[in-house]
Ligand binder design. Structure first.
Ligand code: CP
Length: 321
């Protein structure tokens, strides 16, 4: 029986990841030919974003609407959460209004799993604190497979992905480590020790941590830059934390400048989950270059979230019978 939730890519078997990506590829082809069927007609999807979002929220909504579902977007800023209602009470309240699936983003690691334990509907993790962002991991794997001519097999063996920058804060990095290595890729996490601590090398097999970006850069097939997550280091970090003795130092150590991009392997690609701090972790010229897959990542968000919603709602239906 499929699980009614999508909370993490950790320990999700490669076969299951490939099944979701194959369904996403099928949805992408159906959408391109204008022949999508309303697979989610009669279902209601609620989005609960306790943190800001452009890509994830919008693409989940588009995915659900194009498959015929109704979508309820709870505007958290104007909700009773602002009066002190807990995340779980807010989620249970929206569920009681009649939703079949909740798409939840929260700033606390583990909060989405906590909600999933307290509600009866399907729950999809749209990013929880520093923990995971599983649909981002899935859409990144699909985008990389497309770019490397591996969409047929969804086998990423032999590919070397460098994930660079503020790794310690990044739920995208963790989901990518689990997703990419499950599909066979090798991952190097790159950043100064405060942002890429050696302990992260234990996250999965075929993962290592390096502090010298320039040593890793010429050997990577993909350079995935991460947003510097100021909001997760606290106000003190903004200029004073040891991790950010200065933003200029950060950029010198692990920013992908135009000059550095020239030392990438021929055929290597640049990824970034967005939003981008242009001129900090990534130069605008590189973000907009032919090497960049950034907008392809965004576009793949829709079919991947279609496949994720269908998987979870099928699981919820199976669980209810
Ligand atoms: N990549 C990502 O999660 O972007 P948003 O914060 O815009 O959803």
């Amino acid at each position: 029986m499929p699980s009614p939730h999508l909370l993490t890519l950790h320990n999700l078997p490669a076969d299951e990841i490939r099944a979701i990506l194959r369904e996403a590829i099928a949805f992408r082809a159906l959408a391109a030919s204008g022949s999508l069927a309303p697979r989610l007609a009669g279902r209601t999807v609620g989005t609960l974003f306790f943190e800001n979002s452009t890509r994830t929220r919008t693409s989940f909504s588009i995915a659900a609407l194009r498959l015929g579902a109704e979508v309820i977007d709870l505007p958290v800023a104007g909700s009773s959460h602002a009066k002190g209602e807990t995340l779980t009470d807010t989620a249970r309240t929206v569920e009681a209004l009649g939703v079949d699936a909740l798409v939840v983003r929260a700033s606390q690691s583990g909060a989405v799993e906590m909600i999933a334990r307290r509600v009866g509907c399907a729950v999809l993790n749209a990013g929880d604190g520093r923990h995971e962002h599983p649909t981002q991991g899935l859409l990144d794997a699909l985008t990389l497979a497309d770019a490397m001519g591996r969409a047929e097999t969804l086998d990423l063996s032999g590919l070397h992905v460098a994930i660079v920058g503020d790794v310690v804060s990044s739920r995208v990095a963790r989901s990518n480590v689990f997703g990419l290595t499950a599909l066979g890729a090798t991952v190097t996490l790159v950043g100064p020790p405060a942002l890429a601590p050696p302990s992260l090398g234990a996250l999965a097999q075929r993962v290592r941590v390096e502090h010298d970006f320039d040593a890793v850069l010429p050997h990577a097939d993909t350079v995935m830059m991460l947003r510097v997550q100021f909001e997760r280091h606290g106000d003190a970090m903004r200029m004073a934390s040891p991790a950010f003795a200065s933003l200029r130092e950060f950029r010198a150590a692990c920013g992908l400048s135009s000059e550095r991009a020239q030392r990438m392997k021929p055929g290597a690609v640049v990824m970034h989950p967005g939003p981008v701090n242009r001129g900090l972790e990534l130069d605008g010229e590189v973000a907009d270059s032919d090497r960049s897959l950034i907008l392809k990542q965004v576009a793949n968000g829709v079919p991947v979230r279609m496949a994720s919603l269908v998987r979870c709602l099928s699981g919820a239906a199976a669980a209810a019978t």
